[in-house]
Design a protein around this ligand. Structure first.
Ligand code: AMP
Ligand code: MG
Length: 337
């Protein structure tokens, strides 16, 4: 299949691809997604096929506003509308009880469904025009870092999808925050662009799922099925070094081997002369680190490196999401100083 290149002026054409059961690369503020008509079981199955995604890892339904929630969800708690009022459109996915019209292929057979309204006018317009929710996971091949540009998505998906809708680089850079509202207290399943601190302001107590901070054993049954899979990984193995940035830079510089690539904060690139270095923004700019992290991990696949050492972002605010993605890319191979 030849993948058509579309841009913001091609909303009708993009919507036509969705309504006719095709696969569309969609821009969002978080990462690019691999979208299809979320009510069409066959189209949804094609998403799993194109990504090589395990069938038990559900997708998120993307909608243009909160008035669509009651079409696909039931027993919606007041908290859902408090959250949508404050954070939608935006990088927040809410897990709610699903209605029967949501295909099993979307939810991987769960009785819940993930709902999100992306902060991307072009994609919301495509959904409105198509008149159906768009089911989408991130637009990478399964296991690879998520794409934050159309070019990155085409590295994995050119020839496997009908069209790629390009709306420029993603503003947030890490996937949406996922909050499960079907349990008490609400549970954070994946950290993202809406921070834990912000959720607590609206919800009070929020439980943080174990899988956010540690590796799940293969036999464990996580609440979000995606949590158990190897994720976001470049080809070379990654070691994350946690601690004060001056110390972690010194630690890495003393131990890096001949073929080591280094992922570091801008301030420290001079420490690793003679090595392939990829930077992820300044120590203090967490939003920049979020925008850079996936492109940085992808960059190593274009370099000759045998292993990768990474400085660890601090965990407050959106840093919890950035360090979570990096830790997963490292298979939780972490050294704490
Ligand atoms: P991706 O953005 O590529 O990670 O794909 C969607 C994410 O949403 C995956 O991590 C899924 O496990 C998660 N997800 C989707 N639906 C549900 C659900 N009903 N319950 C828990 N997690 C979900
Ligand atoms: Mg993904």
């Amino acid at each position: 299949m030849t993948t058509l290149r579309l841009s913001a002026g091609d909303i009708d054409q993009a919507a036509g691809i969705v309504s006719s059961g095709g696969l569309l690369g969609i821009p969002t503020e978080t990462v690019y997604g691999l979208g299809a008509n979320g009510l069409n079981e066959r189209a949804v199955r094609a998403i799993f096929e194109a990504k090589g995604r395990p069938q038990d890892n559900p997708l998120i339904l993307h909608v243009p506003d909160e008035s669509w929630l009651e079409r696909y969800c039931e027993d919606i708690p007041a908290a859902a509308y408090e959250l949508s009022g404050r954070f939608w459109p935006g990088p927040l996915t809410m897990i709610l009880k699903r209605k029967d019209n949501v295909p099993d292929a979307v939810t991987a057979g769960l009785d819940t469904v993930g709902m999100r309204c992306p902060d991307c006018a072009v994609t919301r317009a495509v959904i409105e025009k198509a008149g159906v929710p768009v089911a989408a996971p991130s637009g990478n091949a399964s296991g690879r870092p998520s794409p934050t540009t159309a070019a990155a998505m085409l590295e994995d998906m050119d020839g496997k999808i009908d069209a790629m809708l390009d709306d420029g680089p993603c503003k947030v850079g890490v996937e949406s925050t996922i909050i499960d509202l079907t349990v008490t207290p609400p549970r954070l399943l994946r950290p993202g662009g809406v921070t834990l601190e912000e959720l607590e302001e609206v919800l009070g107590e929020v439980a943080v799922d174990d899988a956010v901070r540690r590796l799940m054993a293969p036999e464990e049954q996580p609440k979000a099925p995606g949590m158990k899979y190897r994720h976001y990984a470049p080809k070379a193995p990654v070691t994350v070094v946690k601690g004060d940035p001056d110390m972690t830079a010194g630690y890495i510089a003393a131990r890096m081997g001949e073929g080591s690539g280094i992922l570091c904060f801008d301030e420290f690139k001079g420490y690793f002369r003679g090595h392939p270095v990829v930077t992820m923004g300044p120590v203090s700019d967490q939003a920049e680190q979020a925008r850079e992290i996936f492109e940085a991990l992808r960059a190593f696949d274009h370099m000759e490196v045998t292993d990768i050492w990474a400085q660890s972002p601090s965990e407050g605010g959106i840093g919890l999401a950035v360090s979570n993605r990096l830790n997963k890319a490292a298979g939780f191979h972490i050294i704490e100083l």
